[in-house]
Design a protein around this ligand. Structure first.
Ligand code: HEC
Ligand code: HEC
Ligand code: HEC
Length: 132
């Protein structure tokens, strides 16, 4: 006869011990980039907000830029109205990079981490570091 309780306890400990490094490592992917908002323009904003909500921007900025380009180049429409009803010029340089003039510490910090290399900068001029 064997002791079912002990076996189960043993299994719980076994699973616990082996799963530990997995949980431990998951917590450790903490060197996820923290994109810096420290730019002259953003520092001067009373309410620090992007064109859309932060979460939305994080997930959708690529599609937003694509649709801006199409609007400007195909339809000649230069003005974007945000969900909150604010109006913005649809421009990579004169909008995004006006606020996010620290491309390296902002855009690039995420993109290097995610290993994406937007090809925009072969034509569009990247802002000179923190110079406005
Ligand atoms: C008026 C200034 C301003 C403009 C213009 C602007 N941003 Fe932002 N952006 C901000 C601020 C401020 C935040 C932080 C918002 C917050 O913390 O809620 C932010 C946040 C973001 C984030 C999320 C960052 C994170 O930590 O997750 C992304 C991505 C982003 N912006 C990309 C863009 C792109 C792309 C454009 C142009 C389409 C743009 N922004 C235009 C000021 C701006
Ligand atoms: C919070 C992190 C983060 C920030 C900040 C950020 N990006 Fe991104 N960006 C990403 C990720 C992740 C992808 C890849 C998304 C995908 O493939 O779905 C991406 C993709 C893109 C793409 C599409 C590239 C491609 O090859 O498909 C463009 C364009 C882009 N970002 C522009 C910008 C610009 C301009 C800024 C700065 C104003 C910026 N991003 C800031 C995370 C970020
Ligand atoms: C082959 C050159 C080239 C590349 C690469 C390129 N663009 Fe452009 N883009 C242009 C030109 C030219 C215009 C029109 C400029 C104008 O009307 O002032 C433009 C206009 C735009 C506009 C609207 C106007 C403005 O001032 O920003 C957006 C938004 C834009 N591009 C986004 C992007 C993004 C995002 C990428 C990268 C994923 C990209 N472009 C890559 C050449 C390019």
């Amino acid at each position: 006869m064997y002791n079912g309780g002990k076996i189960i306890l043993g299994l719980v400990i076994f699973v616990g011990l082996f799963a530990f490094p997995i949980f431990y490592n998951t917590g450790k992917t903490a060197d996820v980039p923290k994109p810096s908002l420290d730019t002259p323009v953003i520092n001067q904003m009373e309410k620090k907000e992007c064109v859309e909500s932060k979460e939305w921007m994080k997930a959708n900025h690529m599609q937003l830029l694509d649709s801006w380009r199409d609007s400007v180049l195909r339809d000649g429409n230069l003005v974007y109205e945000s969900t909150g009803g604010k109006k913005y010029i649809m421009s990579l340089q004169n909008n995004c990079m006006h606020c996010h003039s620290n491309k390296k510490q902002f855009c690039d910090s995420c993109h290097s981490y995610a290993n994406v290399k937007p090809y925009c900068w072969t034509c569009h001029i990247a802002p000179k570091e923190n110079e406005i």
